[in-house]
Design a protein around this ligand. Sequence first.
Ligand code: F0G
Length: 454
Amino acid sequence: EEIPLEMHKVRMIQRLDLVPIERRLEAIKEAGNNTFLLYNKDIYLDMLTDSGVNAMSDNQMAAMMTVDDSYAGSATFTRLKDKLSDIFDKKYFLPVHQGRACENLLSMAYVRKGTYVPMNYHFTTTKAHIMVNGGEVLELHMSEALNPVSSDPFKGNMNLDALNELIEKEGADKISFIRLEAGTNLIGGQPVALENYIATSKIARENGIPFIIDASLLADNLHFIKTREEKYKDHSIREITKLLSETADIIYFSARKLGHVRGGGIITNDESVYKTLLEMLPLYEGFSTYGGMSTREMEAMVVGLEETMDEEMINQGPLFIKYMINELLKHGVPVITPPGGLGAHLNAMEFLSHIPQEEYRAGALASALYIASGVRGMERGTVSEEREADGSDHLAAVELLRLALPRRVFTLSQVKYTIDRVVWLYENRKLIGGLEFYEEPKVLRFFFGKLKPT
Ligand code: F0G
């Protein structure tokens, strides 16, 4: 058995409760079978997301005490800008309050009605921002991307042939920008090969199309490049980051994931891009030296980004996820392979194959696992999709229950407990039935929507 080792010790703790199953049943009913609407007091292990809930290091906490707090021109901003430019070789930095704010600014600046945004796979907030601005998202992934059981080490890769065909057919003018998402979230945190970043960038540059990387899940992706891409196994994480950054005209990220704080940012070397975005910044985010972020978190981000260059720090997520996936596989539980970043992804399409897909398999599984364990996961399937223009449900290509692993938060025994409960649920899966909406918001319905058993 390969035991993942925590390369840190716990020096501060927070009390957890495991409420009885009777309360869990009540709680999930009150939440409309939507795990987003549960309250922490009813949750034992919160595996909803790794966004803004990763454990900070002692050095990050210490940095928060030495912050230079001011509305304009703080030294903290300069330290963060310098750290970003040191790591990514990008001169300009626009801070924002979180990742989707980058998507808002970039979509407003680039997306026009009737244009396309090709990408390896969409993310929920990305797609919503592009759609709001009249653009259309085109997912040009490889066929392996949607194969739940795969040995492809880079399921997140862009389909380069499809990208070339698209440009030839529609013309570069019809393409707002090309987006590549590191650690492809919605198909199971699957990485993109450095070779694929390089090749995508070449196509973008030859055709004069801006190339944008969503680096929110970059830390995991860096680990996978180093461990799975033969050509780069002897490169340091820092060297890999530089090579990757070089390919992009613009990089944006949620610092709730990258840097282990709460915030986000856009970096570029293009002065005209910077100036365009800068004009919008005070209107939507804040002055250019904080952009809606707390300066304390910005100071912690300087340290968090440096820690991201440490292989023994960024391997924590992937190693624990790999352990979870391998243990679940031993018991025949359908999971997404190879193990990715972000979290362990259960394949609800197969787990609950007795429920019609229209009755939200992944949503039903999220609800059932909470009842069975007190563990909160996140639905990543049809509930997370937007309806079609004609109002019909867009059935997701994959139905996943994501069990995210906030970095450095849970111990191995907590992970083992989760595995035990998932295995029990799989053995008793016929107990689970389908769901239907009784309250359904028009945009990003998965956040506040409520469902009941069919
Ligand atoms: N891009 C990716 C790839 C993300 O995973 C996220 C957030 C965002 C953009 C938006 O960033 O939340 O800071 O506004 N993912 C979170 C998750 C919400 O739980 O997977 P944000």
